[in-house]
Write a protein that binds this ligand. Structure first.
Ligand code: HEC
Length: 180
């Protein structure tokens, strides 16, 4: 447990260092092509929604999977989010999707040996640099700060026949998120 916590502390310190030294705009350029690629891999290729839900609200698509974070209320910036997707979250069920994570110091400065028992699960498929950017752009475009998921969003994603969309309220019944 102590090892787990100290690994997490090291991870957070590495994230904070990343902030201090990063310059310029957010890594995720939120242009339409990236968002479109992100949407496609979110739906067809990546396992994220098994745990985070198709609409990023932390309600798993597969109930038996670990419950992922709710992106709609996430306070992460795009760079930190990308790092977490690359490296996972040590000591939790959040997998890493960089195929070379923990083989060198790219993830929170830790190799597998240093991470020990706290090493996150291996995410499959491993993702390319462009896929990391795309999925982050997609998550920010569609989920972060967007308020609760709506029926319209669900129907747009799954198509007009989707019976599962009944659990979401129509947009007209959802209060608009407070302006930042
Ligand atoms: C096996 C389940 C699982 C899968 C698959 C998964 N996650 Fe996660 N994810 C989690 C869990 C659990 C957490 C929360 C960890 C904690 O803080 O305890 C998490 C946390 C996160 C966070 C941090 C969010 C925050 O606001 O703190 C991000 C970002 C994230 N996941 C993105 C992704 C993306 C993108 C994918 C797909 C490429 C993905 N996850 C796949 C389980 C999963």
């Amino acid at each position: 447990m102590i090892q787990r916590l100290s690994a997490l502390a090291a991870a957070l310190a590495a994230i904070a260092l990343g902030f201090a030294f990063s310059a310029g705009p957010a890594a995720a350029q939120q242009n339409a092509a990236l968002v479109a690629l992100g949407a496609q891999i979110w739906k067809d290729t990546l396992p994220c929604r098994n745990c985070h839900g198709s609409f990023g609200d932390g309600v798993q698509d597969i109930a038996q999977e670990p419950q992922g974070a709710n992106f709609r209320i996430s306070g992460l910036d795009p760079e930190t989010m990308e790092m977490i997707i690359r490296c996972g979250l040590p000591g939790t069920e959040m997998p890493y999707f960089d195929g070379r994570a923990y083989t060198d110091d790219r993830c929170y400065g830790m190799t597998a040996a240093a991470a020990g028992d706290s090493i996150p699960p291996t995410g499959t498929p491993p993702m390319s640099p462009r896929q990391f950017q795309a999925v982050v752009a997609f998550i920010f475009e569609n989920f972060v700060g967007k308020g609760p998921a709506t029926r319209e969003e669900c129907l747009a994603f799954w198509g007009p026949e989707a019976s599962t969309c009944g659990r979401f309220p129509p947009a007209s019944e959802v209060a608009a998120p407070a302006a930042p």
